[in-house]
Ligand binder design. Structure first.
Ligand SMILES: *Cc1c(COP(=O)(O)O)cnc(C)c1O
Length: 355
């Protein structure tokens, strides 16, 4: 039976990306050695890093004056690295979920944090609007896609101060206006690569503005100056990222990813709204096209475990909702096919028919 991978992260990657990475682990560039066994300073590896950086810049249309770096530590380390490098006095944060909250907690170690708005009281079922960002903040931090709750900010907001964004789960799924941001970061394991590497896009002249000393490894300038080669970068995840970037380019770039994401999301949300058994969990206007959350309607609550089993038996993998939301979550990252979403919809329709 064909399996469809709706895991939230680590998550689906194009088969050819996995195969190319596996091949390089066995024999890198016909060298007879594994990618795992060579120096990151070997002449064959440098082009991997260079090409990955160049493709990030090309695909995301990153303007002059920005650097792309690949680090360890995950998005979670960025929650502290961002304020370490950018927060001098005060920063503004939008609280749209668990990840945003974790970012806020770390920022408070470095200065004043203004939570401009929060949807915590409604279990993060919407993106707050109509808030004011203080004009004297050093930056305004947003989480563009809330992986757990299934809400998304899909248009780069206007802000009186530079934006900083956690784009862990929607990077490369749409065009972005990078010029509005001082920094964009994310763990790679949702939409870019396998786990183990973190991407950071940083505006170079926004660095070096804070007065505190920064440990070498946590100073973005270290990694910008050394082209992500200050110490050993996660070579296999970077190689995997490069294969995936090539795949995105071949498929038509981020515009094509955006169209595919909208197509998939339309099909699935239409079914959630039509099917008598299910309902969506978030405000329609804030629905994520990446992580699609839904639950059984109250009168059918007792069918939840049955549907979970039914879907699993039909090849759907990873559709269980996050424990804080319950129900179901279909994560539809770049590599998810329309066919996969149609298979899930067919499952929902069949389950409705037999109940
Ligand atoms: C997964 C995720 C994280 C955590 O990433 P790690 O790389 O595991 O630290 C942070 N933010 C968002 C939006 C995520 O989806």
């Amino acid at each position: 039976m064909k399996k469809y991978n709706f895991n939230a992260g680590p998550s689906i990657l194009p088969r050819e990306v996995i195969e190319a990475t596996a091949q390089a682990c066995l024999d890198f560039n016909g060298s007879g050695l594994s990618l795992m066994e060579i120096s990151h300073r070997a002449k064959d590896f440098q082009p991997v890093m260079d090409e990955a950086v160049a493709l990030m810049k090309e695909l995301l249309d990153i303007p002059e004056g920005y650097a792309v770096i690949f680090l360890g530590g995950g998005a979670s380390l960025q929650f502290c690295q961002v304020p370490y490098n950018f927060l001098e006095k005060k920063a503004a944060y939008l609280n749209t979920g668990v990840w945003a909250k974790k970012a806020i907690k770390e920022a408070k170690l470095f200065g004043e944090v203004v939570e401009v708005a929060s949807s915590a009281e409604s279990t993060y079922t919407f993106i707050p609007k109509g808030y004011t960002v203080p004009a004297d903040a050093d930056y305004f931090h947003i989480t563009t896609n809330n992986t757990i709750y299934g809400t998304e900010i899909r248009k780069d907001p206007d802000s009186p101060v530079p934006l900083v964004a956690d784009m862990s789960s929607d990077i490369l799924s749409r065009p972005i206006d990078v010029s509005k941001y001082n920094c964009i970061y994310g763990g790679a394991q949702k939409n870019l690569s396998m786990a183990g590497v973190t991407f950071v896009i940083v505006k170079e002249d926004a660095l070096g503005k804070v007065s505190r000393p920064i440990p070498t490894m946590l100073d973005y300038r270290t990694h910008v100056e050394k082209g992500s080669m200050f110490n050993t970068p996660p070579v296999v995840p970077v190689y995997c990222a490069l294969q995936n970037l090539k795949w995105v380019k071949k498929m038509g770039g981020v515009e094509a990813m955006d169209r595919r994401a909208n197509e998939r999301a339309c099909i699935l949300y239409d079914e959630i709204d039509r099917n008598k058994l299910f309902r969506g969990t978030v405000e329609a206007e804030d629905r994520s096209v990446m992580n699609i959350c839904f639950v059984m309607k109250d009168e059918y609550k007792d069918l939840e475990a049955d549907f979970m089993k039914f879907a699993t038996d039909h090849g759907m993998v990873g559709v269980k909702g996050h424990r804080s939301v319950g129900g179901f979550r279909a994560s539809c990252y770049n590599a998810m096919s329309v066919e996969g979403v149609q298979a899930l919809v067919a499952c929902m329709q069949e389950f409705e028919r037999v109940h």
